[in-house]
Design a protein around this ligand. Structure first.
Ligand code: PLP
Length: 235
């Protein structure tokens, strides 16, 4: 499909892995195929790898830029929001070839001058400090995922056990209402915030899906499932 979409105007392929909203993680063979397409057509690959530390079931995150033949054609973006719970600190970083970075720095300096120094210090502490907390939270998220995905499937809200990030992207077509209608009911009747699939895609699958983040404690997630059940039973 991707090959068919490429034409003379194509400059880059952008992807997110581990993915928001689906939680999918691109396997190595897909990355190799993407790399081949990029090399063949001389286009860039731009990645958002902000969930790189949150992968489950023994999966491994692979950064496409580490496939050495593609190094100069890859712009890879990372951040601190997820692995270090630093949402709102407004700091991240990218890796790219030196020539590209020179241009990025020129533009960045005019727009933002620099990331704020408090966030820079915090990011440095995150990178250079002990890393056990990252693995501890990764394991905790894996348990939360198992608990929450099982709870949803028991309510006929169909989802897989996604391999990464901290989202489940669930199919609600068995409920007979759209994702937007369901999201509104959940907000109003159960005080649960979710995102309808139409927030992420304009294709025909959008209304059948809803995204949940399982970032709360296991106890809160159990309460959430009970509240979702109450809403589902009233539909
Ligand atoms: C794929 C993806 N990239 C980036 C971000 C935002 O990161 P930051 O908090 O560093 O702006 C999010 C946040 O939800 C995300 O899902």
């Amino acid at each position: 499909m991707i090959k068919d979409k490429i034409n003379s105007k194509t400059k880059a392929i952008i992807y997110i892995s581990p993915n928001c909203p689906t939680g999918s993680v691109f396997p190595e063979e897909d990355l190799k195929s993407l790399a081949e397409i990029a090399l063949e057509n001389e286009i860039f690959i731009i990645t958002d790898e902000i969930y790189e530390n949150l992968v489950y079931d023994g999966e491994k995150h692979i950064s496409i830029g580490s496939l050495s033949e593609l190094k100069d054609q890859t712009i890879s973006m990372f951040g601190f929001s997820k692995a270090y719970a630093m949402t709102g600190w407004r700091i991240g970083y990218l890796t790219a070839s030196g020539n590209l970075v020179k241009n990025f720095v020129e533009i960045h300096a005019q727009i933002a001058i620099c990331a704020n120094s408090v966030a820079q210090k915090a990011a440095l502490a995150a990178l250079t400090g002990p890393q056990e907390c990252v693995e501890k939270m990764r394991k905790e998220y894996e348990e939360r995922r198992n608990l929450f995905a099982r709870g949803l499937n028991d309510l006929n809200i169909r989802c897989q056990n996604p391999k990464g990030s901290f989202y489940v992207y669930a199919n609600i077509s068995e409920l007979g209402i759209s994702g937007l209608e369901f999201a509104k009911k959940l907000a109003e009747e159960a005080k649960i915030i979710s995102y309808p699939g139409t927030a992420f895609t304009t294709d025909e699958s959008g209304p059948s899906y809803i995204r949940f983040a399982y970032t709360k404690t296991q106890d809160r997630l159990k309460t959430a499932i009970e509240r979702i059940e109450t809403v589902v039973n009233k539909i």
